[in-house]
Design a protein around this ligand. Structure first.
Ligand code: ATP
Ligand code: MG
Length: 418
């Protein structure tokens, strides 16, 4: 018989285990805690959506929709896409569930996303984001609250050092359109120096040239007209309220007048938290105000602001994370004491202590196996020279609840005459 070939994982996907998984889980757990501090409700959303959810809201011309989306026809002939981002799906859910009645809504979601990109460090085809949105809030205080949450999250993850909040405004529609026209004129004058990708962007999405990573484009992009000369009075006031609100909230920020976001739907506030610790993949969290998006999906004009952050990139930056070492290892070194060991380990787990039993395999090896599991406390049941012997051993494994574990076992000892 021919040897069966083991199927390989899909390129750009990851199987996470051990430290990688612990870091990932720590980012999610910290996000879930912090978003509750700010009153954000959780959402669970479908991974698949009708393709129109993304093509209408992100815009056909964006890289995500035109090049990166996983789109297929299902068996019923409908065009379906794996979600490449969260905002469009959150907006779709807001409209189709009639959540307008609850506006303003603070919502959060996390999970896998899919983009057909060239895989590299910090860039995958299946990746994961945490995401926060405030829908139905037009005031700059919403932007401030949302950014405050992002800032606190990065602090609680211990990765705020070396990460800067870069802030810009894209103005209202009128300001943005005037700036866009000026950019098109400017880039047309500098066409010869632009990369091929940017020449294509000039037709479809000229703002994106500003954020090109191609070294050829950088000098031209860096000298391009800034938004400031095109901001309406109203747009200036809005940005002023955001920046003074951030100052009041103690959130440090830096102006980056050339920061734009990849997607078409942004207005006013645009921001990224950027680090120099991840090479080319330096943006860890990004977002802004997307007052036009919900209308693009056929809903009423609805102001909204949100951000998303790549969990993998955050997890790579984390230096200290929560891990969950075994607290109590219970060993039966003699077959006649297996049942007692089972009883104790059940008690330990019922009392909320992470516990492991070592009651199978060669009895002589069980103690060593238990030792290698690095528990805080090891309890061993044995019979030596015909006498029942019980041993306790303590280890410093970094457990934070050592005193509770001790008290619990003391109580067990007293009750069982152990
Ligand atoms: P980039 O310029 O790095 O492609 P983007 O503008 O496409 O980023 P967003 O759509 O704003 O990114 O997504 C927000 C965050 O999600 C990014 O800052 C990054 O942390 C993460 N992210 C985006 N694409 C990927 C990917 N393919 N793999 C891993 N993380 C990603
Ligand atoms: Mg991208």
């Amino acid at each position: 018989m021919a040897k069966i070939q083991t199927p390989q994982p899909v390129r750009g996907t990851q199987d996470m285990f051990g430290e990688t998984e612990e870091r990932f889980a720590y980012v999610v757990a910290t996000f879930e805690r912090v978003r509750r501090l700010y009153g954000f409700k959780g959402l669970q959303l479908p991974v698949i959506e009708p393709t129109a959810v993304f093509s209408r809201s992100l815009g056909e011309a964006t890289d995500v929709v035109s090049k990166e989306m996983y789109t297929f026809e299902d068996r019923g002939g409908d065009s379906i896409s794996l979600r490449p981002e969260f905002t469009a799906g959150v907006a779709r859910a807001y409209l189709t569930n009639g959540w307008q009645q609850y506006a303003p809504m603070k919502l959060s979601v996390h999970g896998p996303l899919f983009r057909y990109e060239r895989p590299q460090k910090g860039r995958y085809r299946q990746f994961h984001q945490i995401d926060a949105e405030i829908i139905g809030a037009a005031e700059p205080v919403a932007d401030v609250e949302l950014l405050g949450m992002a800032d606190q999250l990065l602090k609680e993850l211990g990765i705020n050092k070396g990460v800067t909040l870069q802030l810009n405004t894209l103005g209202d529609t009128q300001s943005r359109d005037a700036w866009r026209a000026a950019l098109i004129a400017y880039f047309n004058d500098h066409k010869v120096g632009l990369s091929e990708d940017s020449l294509a962007r000039l037709e479809k999405n000229p703002l994106r040239i500003l954020d090109s990573k191609d070294p050829k484009d950088r000098p031209i992009a860096d000298a391009a007209p800034a938004i400031d000369d095109y901001l309406s009075g109203e747009a200036q006031d809005f940005f002023g309220a955001v920046t003074s609100g951030l100052d009041a909230a103690g959130v440090t920020w830096e102006r980056n007048a050339r920061l734009v976001r990849g997607l078409d739907y942004y207005r006013h506030t645009a921001f990224e938290f950027v680090t120099d610790r991840l090479g080319a993949q330096g943006t860890v969290l990004g977002g802004g105000r997307y007052d036009g998006l919900i209308e693009n999906l056929g809903g009423p004009a609805t102001p909204a602001v949100g951000w998303a952050a790549g969990i993998e990139r955050l997890a790579m930056l984390v230096d200290v994370w929560e891990s969950f070492p075994i607290e109590i290892a219970v060993v039966a070194e003699h077959e006649l004491r297996v049942e007692e060991a089972i009883k104790l380990v059940v008690k330990c787990r019922n009392a909320g202590f992470r516990s492991e039993q070592f009651i199978s395999g060669s009895p002589r090896k069980r103690f060593d196996k238990a030792r290698k599991s690095e528990p805080a406390i090891l309890v061993s049941f044995d019979i030596r020279e015909g006498k029942e012997t019980n041993t306790f051993a303590w280890f410093d494994n970094g457990s934070t609840r050592i005193e509770e574990v001790k008290a619990f076992l003391q109580q067990f000892e007293n009750e069982s005459g152990f």
